[in-house]
Ligand binder design. Structure first.
Ligand code: UDX
Length: 432
């Protein structure tokens, strides 16, 4: 099939490349000329394991093309995916849909034969209706159908999540579009993905409700971890104990720092905005947002306690600063709150991240990037494992730190408290 992905950010690029790998003829479009020129040279704008190889392979095979010409790309495609950003508006919980609407207008100028227009961007309920209205201003209704097809790709696992999704959600009441899309996704359905055809509005809400539910699960276990710390219970035992109940499920029950990333914070807020506009109370999600926003304060208080209320001049190392492992994404990372706070209190901070130095900390006095674990940890008083990268999982810290009585605060519960005790390492985890 001939596909066009508009927006070569995370969703558009990963989905476009994966569709090309399934044998489709895909054009990835972006208005950013340098991004497109780089992609033609297989220079990838994001960090995602496996993506560069897949881009190279499919570009070479001619199944994947890159372009800045939206009009031409729309004209030659049967299915057009809108994959642009929907960030939170400034000082508000509302999603900014301006990019989606601009793209819809551009598409409408270039429809000469039947097109399926898919909204893959995460958009509030009713956005599909609005996109349809915009296109209908220029195009006869029988020449297009607007479908919602949300993505469920996790950063760092995006290719696997694309190829082996739990489900494919298609929001449309147009029978012929549904048939074509079922066919497009048939290689994934045959591998076990559930195909769900539903209304467009339901598909839009499924995306938000999924992310809100997962954010709730993480927040729930983080709060239970707070309780475990007070009662000398290991949160891992509780996560296993409740997660084995099939009604609950064991995934997304790892306690840690506040959740972050490009989706959970933004999408929970946008859902609250939708609730407000429809005068509906979503008190659970409101509580989740508030609890998560306060989580860094709780962890900072614990750091203060671990250091006997003496943060000033303490050498603190952060291992990993992105919001989670296998991504270079700093968006809403808990480190953005914790590092400046500790820096303000007079700590001397070094950090190492496998994805390199971060602009967010460049201007902070006494926050230094080190390009390896050893230099970051040497002579530190406190090592904080903030992100669960594999390279942090088997560290011989005594050898690396070269200082007596250093403390390890393992915010991802990678290490066993018993083993640390045996090695005489002062160890703190989350919820244990
Ligand atoms: C999420 C959704 O999972 C994905 O389906 C959606 O399309 C985009 O948003 P992503 O933001 O890449 O994906 O990260 P995810 O792996 O879901 O983690 C989100 C946050 O929750 C991270 O901060 C992570 O550290 C945290 N988390 C996750 C936990 O603290 N504990 C867990 O058990 C799982």
């Amino acid at each position: 099939m001939k596909l066009c992905m508009i927006g070569t950010g995370y969703v558009g690029l990963v989905s476009g490349v994966c569709f090309a790998d399934l044998g489709n003829d895909v054009t990835c479009v972006d208005k950013d000329i340098s991004k497109i020129n780089n992609l033609k040279k297989s220079i990838i704008p994001i960090y995602e394991p496996g993506l560069d190889e897949l881009v190279k392979k499919n570009y070479k095979a001619g199944r994947l093309k890159f372009s800045t010409n939206i009009g031409e790309s729309v004209k030659k495609s049967d299915i057009i995916f809108i994959c642009v950003g929907t960030p939170t508006k400034r000082n508000s919980y509302e999603a900014d849909l301006s990019q989606v609407f601009t793209v819809a207008k551009e598409i409408s100028k270039n429809i000469k034969s039947f097109k399926i227009i898919i909204n893959k961007s995460t958009v509030p309920v009713l956005t599909g209706d609005k996109v349809e209205k915009i296109i209908a201003k220029k195009v006869k209704k029988k020449l297009f159908s607007v479908v919602s097809n949300p993505e469920f790709l996790r950063e760092g696992e995006a290719i696997r999540d694309f190829i082996y999704p739990d489900r494919v959600v298609i929001g449309t009441s147009n029978k012929s579009s549904n048939k074509k899309l079922k066919n497009l996704y048939s290689p994934l359905i045959s591998k076990g993905a559930k195909y769900i055809n539903t209304s467009r509005r339901a598909a839009e809400l499924i995306k938000y409700a999924s992310n809100a539910f997962l954010a709730t699960k993480v927040t729930f276990i983080n709060e239970i971890a707070n309780l475990c710390e007070k009662l000398d219970i290991n949160i891992e035992d509780v996560s296993i104990g409740i997660g084995t109940d099939k009604r609950i499920g064991g995934r997304f029950l790892r306690a840690g720092p506040a959740y972050g990333g490009s989706c959970f914070p933004k999408d929970t807020r946008a859902l609250i905005d939708t609730a407000k506009k429809t005068k509906t109370s979503l008190s659970v999600i409101n509580t989740v947002i508030n609890s998560n926003e306060k989580r860094s304060e709780i962890l900072l208080k614990r750091i203060n306690k671990i250091l006997n209320n003496k943060i000033k001049n303490k050498k603190i190392t952060f291992l990993g600063v992105t919001f989670k492992a296998n991504t270079d994404d700093m968006r809403e990372s808990a480190c953005l709150k914790m590092i400046p706070y500790l820096n303000n209190k007079g700590a001397k901070i070094k950090y190492y991240d496998p994805t390199g130095q971060k602009n967010e900390f460049r201007k902070l006095k006494n926050v230094q990037y080190k390009n390896n674990i050893k230099h970051a940890c040497e002579k530190s008083d406190l090592i904080i494992i903030h992100t669960e990268w594999n390279e942090f999982k088997f560290l011989d810290l005594k050898k690396i730190v070269k200082k007596k009585n250093f403390i390890l605060y393992d915010m991802r519960n990678i290490y066993s408290p018993d083993k640390m005790k045996k090695q005489n390492i002062k160890y703190f985890g989350i919820g244990r």
